[in-house]
Design a protein around this ligand. Structure first.
Ligand SMILES: Cc1ncc(COP(=O)(O)O)c(C=O)c1O
Length: 308
């Protein structure tokens, strides 16, 4: 695919030129663990929207790339961030300059891991900051210092995980695409931005369920804040089940690895381990617990693909 030039990078046309597959496919799979409780399992294949802006990355980044209007896009992430990789890829595809502010100054002196190497190969300028600075990245003074140090004073800033009001509004379509198709829409949560938008788009159609992959119990407040920022107040019927983080972010215990590999074999769907595996494992457990009435259709959003 030929990259578009920076002069036409800003408009919606440039994004349409990337040919996203939208609405994303919705596939029912036959899985005995659901079937014996009278539940239909639907997979919402957001991982098929675009080969490089995968899943919720397309839905969250597209409105931000349009808003950047050709300016440098600066964003934040950890050393294995899916969001950094997607932003870097978008920069290459659209001819936009990108800067990735990476958590962990100590990484600057080491060889890049495969995820950061991909970002760099896509033209993203990497700027490593100490963890103490990274923690304060939303504080206006700290952000100002980071922008200055990264020589990106006029950049369009996208927060960690890509979750801001524009991204949340972008995720509404995910809920709208599922309305009338499912009774429950379930998604894994990092920052909660995807659930915030999904629940708004799915409002009136059923309930939305979020499975946080981080420990902490702080997400309910953050999702409310994101919905307020995006829509002026709460939207949709949503809840979180905090039991399925499997020890914390990026922890993939052996049993979860076995579960994910088995799911891949049963259904021929690549299972991203950090988010999607935890979601699917949660759903299997919830069905066993009788959490959904017989006859329900439960849609699991496949928000990503394994990397590499
Ligand atoms: C594959 C995948 N699924 C789900 C999420 C969670 O999205 P959110 O941060 O909007 O909760 C992420 C994080 O961005 C992700 O990379």
């Amino acid at each position: 695919m030929a990259p578009v030039t920076s002069s036409d990078a800003s408009g919606p046309d440039a994004l349409t030129g990337l040919r996203p597959r939208l609405p994303s496919p919705l596939r029912e799979v036959v899985d005995g663990r659901f079937e014996r409780h009278g539940i239909r399992l639907l997979l919402k294949r957001d991982d098929l929207i675009h080969p490089e802006l995968v899943g919720n990355k397309w839905r969250k980044l597209a409105p931000n790339l349009a808003a950047a209007d050709g300016r440098t896009v600066l964003t934040f992430g950890g050393a294995y961030s899916n969001h950094l990789r997607a932003t870097a890829a978008a920069g290459r595809l659209l001819g936009l300059r990108t800067v990735g502010v990476v958590r962990g100054e100590e990484l600057a002196g080491r060889p890049l891991n495969p995820s950061l190497a991909r970002c760099a190969a896509d033209g993203m300028r990497l700027h490593f900051v100490p963890r103490s600075v990274y923690r304060r990245r939303t504080d206006p003074d700290t952000l100002g210092e980071v922008l200055r140090a990264a020589e990106a004073g006029d950049a369009y800033v996208v927060p960690e995980g890509g979750s801001n009001a524009a991204a949340v509004r972008g995720c509404q379509d995910l809920g709208r695409e599922l309305a009338g198709e499912a009774d429950v829409a379930a998604v894994a949560c990092g920052t909660g931005g995807t659930l915030a938008g999904l629940a708004a788009g799915f409002a009136g159609a059923g309930r939305s369920l979020g499975i946080p992959v981080l420990r902490g119990g702080f997400l309910t407040g953050e999702i409310r804040a994101l919905q307020t920022e995006a829509f002026g107040g709460p939207r949709g019927d949503w809840s979180l089940d905090e039991r399925f983080h499997a020890g914390g972010f990026a922890r993939v215990p052996a049993a979860l690895e076995v579960f994910a590999a088995d799911f891949e074999q049963r259904h021929g769907v690549p299972v991203e381990r950090i988010y999607v595996a935890k979601l699917l494992h949660a759903l299997v457990t919830l069905v066993e617990e009788g959490a959904f009435p017989r006859g329900s259709a439960v849609a699991a959003v496949i928000t990503g693909r394994p990397f590499p």
